[in-house]
Design a binder for this molecule. Structure first.
Ligand code: GLN
Length: 452
C-alpha cells in the first residue's frame, strides 16, 4: 500500500531519491513467513520506514543529497540502518535532504527540492525534508532523520508531524555521513508520539562503533509515550523565544498549548535563558568549522565523483576540479566559513568564542532544569515558507533554526509536536519540548499528554 502511495504522489512531492520496491516487498514477505511460522517478532516488524539518504545502506545508493556522492554504494550499513533491519522494519527507500544536511528547506539538495504536502509551493523544512514530507503525505508511517541544528524538529513542525532529537550520543552516528560531529544526532519522525517513541527505542542505545555513543540505558520513551500525563509537572516557557520576528499564528497556537498544559495540571512558569540569544551565531561558527574538517575526505579519490582524471591534470588539480563541480553553493560557503574560523590568528576570536557560548548555553539549561522539568517554545518562528523565498538569503534561511539550536549545542533531548494550524495561512505549527540530557522520556511524556 505504501509503495502504491509513493507511485501515486511522489511525482509531485519528491520525498524519495531512491525507492527500493523489490527489496521492500521481499523483506515484507520474509517477515510474513516468519510470523506464519510462529516466530516472535518485535513491535515494528513489517512496518515500512523511509530512511534519510545520509545513512549508509549497503544495498542502496547513498548520496547525502550531493553530486559528489552520485553513484556511491557504501560497502556497509550504518548502525541505525542495521538496527532498522534487525527490528524487522522494511526500508522503502532513501529520502531527500539538503546537501550534507546543510539547510532548512531541502532546496540545497543536488537532486531537486522536496515539496510540502500541505502546499506544494512551500518547503517541507530541512535538512530532513524528504523524511518529513514522506510521513506527512502518508508515503511512510515512519522515517529517520538527523538533527544537527534542528533538522528533525523544524521539518516536523512545518509538515505537522512528530519529530524527535534524542540526547546527543543516544543514537549512533556510525555510518551517518558526517556534517558536524559534535552535534549530529539521528532521530525518528512519525505521525503520532507513540510511533515516534517505538522507532526511537528500536534504533537507540550504545554502539561500540561510535566513540561518542553514551553507555547509559535508553530512557523509557515508549513507556512515557503510553503514560502521557503532565499533572504536577513544572513547565518553563523560554522567555527569549517569542515576540518580534515570530508569526502571530505561531504565537497564538503556542499560547493555546500553554493553556492546555495548565488545564491538564502542569504548572507553567516563565524561565529566562539569556545565552540562548547567542546560540544561532555560535552554531554557525561551530557547525561550519566541523564541516570544513569532515568534508575534507571528499577529494575525488575515495568516493563518488571524479573530475579531470584524463591524464592532463595533477592529483591536486583533480581534487580541486572534483570539489568545484561536486559541492553546491551552500556547502562551499560553509567550508570557507569554517576554514576561516579555524585558521590561526582567528581561531580564538571565532571558534574559541563560540565554544564558550556553548558552555553558557549548557549552563542556562542546567539552571533552568533546577526550576522546571521541561522547557517549551515554538519549534520555528514561522510556518513553512514559499519555495525560493529564502534560497538566496542565507541569513533568512538560518533564522528557521533560532529555537532549535540551543538543544543541539548543549546535547539535550528535544521534540517537536503539532499544536494546530496558524490562522493566517492554515499551515501546521510545532511546539518544542526540551528536556535535560537523557531526559528523552520527559519529552515523550509531555508530548503524549498534549496529543490526547
Ligand atoms: N538548518 C541547519 C543548518 O543548515 C541545521 C541542519 C541540520 O540540523 N542538519 O545547518
Amino acid at each position: 500500500a505504501h509503495l502504491d502511495r509513493i507511485a501515486e504522489v511522489d511525482g509531485e512531492i519528491h520525498a524519495f531519491l531512491h525507492v527500493a520496491a523489490d527489496a521492500a516487498l521481499e523483506q515484507a514477505s520474509a517477515i510474513d513467513a516468519k510470523r506464519a511460522a510462529g516466530e516472535r517478532l518485535g513491535p515494528l516488524a513489517g512496518v515500512p520506514v523511509a530512511h534519510k539518504d545520509v545513512f549508509t545502506t549497503k544495498d542502496m545508493p547513498t548520496t547525502a543529497g550531493s553530486k559528489i556522492l552520485e553513484g556511491y554504494r557504501p560497502p556497509y550499513d550504518a548502525t541505525i540502518t542495521a538496527r532498522l533491519r534487525e527490528a524487522g522494519l522494511v526500508i522503502l527507500g532513501k529520502t531527500n535532504l539538503d546537501e550534507f544536511a546543510m539547510g532548512s528547506s531541502t532546496e540545497n539538495s543536488a537532486y531537486g527540492t522536496t515539496h510540502n504536502p500541505w502546499d506544494l509551493g512551500r518547503i517541507p523544512g530541512g535538512s530532513s525534508g524528504g523524511s518529513s514530507a514522506a510521513v506527512a503525505s502518508y508515503q511512510a508511517p515512519l522515517s529517520t532523520g538527523t538533527d544537527t541544528g534542528g533538522s528533525i524538529r523544524q521539518p516536523a513542525a512545518v509538515t505537522g508531524i512528530v519529530g524527535m532529537k534524542p540526547t546527543y550520543g543516544g543514537s549512533s552516528r556510525y555510518g551517518v555521513i558526517a556534517f558536524a560531529s559534535s552535534l549530529d544526532t539521528p532521530g525518528p519522525f512519525a505521525r503520532n508520539v507513540l510511533d515516534a517513541a517505538l522507532l526511537h527505542e528500536a534504533f537507540s542505545g550504545h554502539d561500540v562503533m561510535d566513540t561518542t555513543s553514551i553507555h547509559s540505558e535508553v530512557p523509557p520513551v515508549v513507556e512515557a509515550a503510553r503514560r502521557g500525563d503532565v499533572s504536577g509537572l513544572r513547565v518553563g516557557v523560554v522567555k527569549e523565544f517569542g515576540g518580534e520576528g515570530y508569526q502571530a499564528g505561531v504565537l497564538a497556537r503556542f499560547q493555546d498549548s500553554v493553556e492546555l498544559l495548565e488545564s491538564l495540571g502542569a504548572k507553567v512558569v516563565e524561565v529566562s535563558c539569556p545565552s540562548f540569544t547567542y546560540a544561532l551565531p555560535a552554531y554557525y561558527l561551530i557547525a561550519p568549522s566541523e564541516c570544513s574538517s569532515n568534508l575534507a575526505r571528499f577529494d575525488g579519490m575515495r568516493y563518488g565523483l571524479r573530475v579531470g582524471d584524463d591524464g592532463t591534470h595533477s592529483a591536486e588539480e583533480v581534487m580541486a576540479l572534483t570539489r568545484a563541480a561536486g559541492f553546491g553553493a551552500e556547502v562551499k560557503r560553509r567550508i570557507m566559513l569554517g576554514t576561516y574560523a579555524l585558521s590561526s590568528g582567528y581561531y580564538d576570536a571565532y571558534y574559541g568564542s563560540a565554544q564558550k557560548v556553548r558552555t553558557l548555553i549548557a549552563r542556562d539549561f542546567e539552571a533552568a532544569f533546577h526550576q522546571v522539568d521541561v522547557l517549551i517554545s515554538p519549534t520555528t518562528p514561522t510556518t513553512a515558507f514559499p519555495i525560493g523565498e529564502r534560497a538566496d538569503d542565507p541569513m533568512a534561511m538560518y533564522l528557521a533554526d533560532l529555537c532549535t539550536i540551543p538543544a543541539n549545542l548543549a546535547g539535550n533531548a528535544a521534540i517537536s509536536v503539532p499544536c494546530g494550524l496558524a490562522d493566517e495561512d492554515g499551515l501546521p505549527v510545532g511546539l518544542q519540548i526540551m528536556a535535560p540530557v537523557l531526559g528523552d522520556d520527559r519529552c515523550y511524556r509531555v508530548a503524549a499528554a498534549l496529543e490526547k
